[in-house]
Write a protein that binds this ligand. Sequence first.
Ligand code: HEM
Length: 117
Amino acid sequence: MEILRHAVVLVHLVGFAILFGAWVVEAVGRRVRVTPLMNYALVISLVSGLALAAPWGLDHDLNYTKIGVKLVVLLAIGALLGIGSARQKRGADLAPAVFWLVGLLTLLNAALAVLWR
Ligand code: HEM
């Protein structure tokens, strides 16, 4: 059971890596835009995160306040990606604040996961 949980953590980390990596690629290329890869990665993070939010294969209690905050942050990222794609589909420019918040909130969720024990 424990090894299976570790495998789901790995999938969760892959979701984070793809989401943040996809965002960094755009930031370094000075393209203020969101991409479909960010949406797929967010779904990977959500599904694997919800699976990890259940207390299986663990010898300690989960921090549900932290998990709740992470879920709210993920929903905020989802809303920003939705706003971004809708604007891009209409051919409009994306507000830089929307783009930067996607990266910052992704990093915030990783920091919450690692630093809040
Ligand atoms: C953009 C969104 C997210 C990012 C970047 C993210 C990032 C991370 C990272 C880096 C870890 C590994 C921490 C460690 O092992 O020390 C982690 C673990 C975890 N995440 Fe997330 N996460 C996100 C969304 C979520 C969501 C939405 C949930 C649940 C609703 C969630 C639940 C968990 C749980 C329960 C763990 C602990 C796994 C364990 O130790 O068994 N995460 N997350």
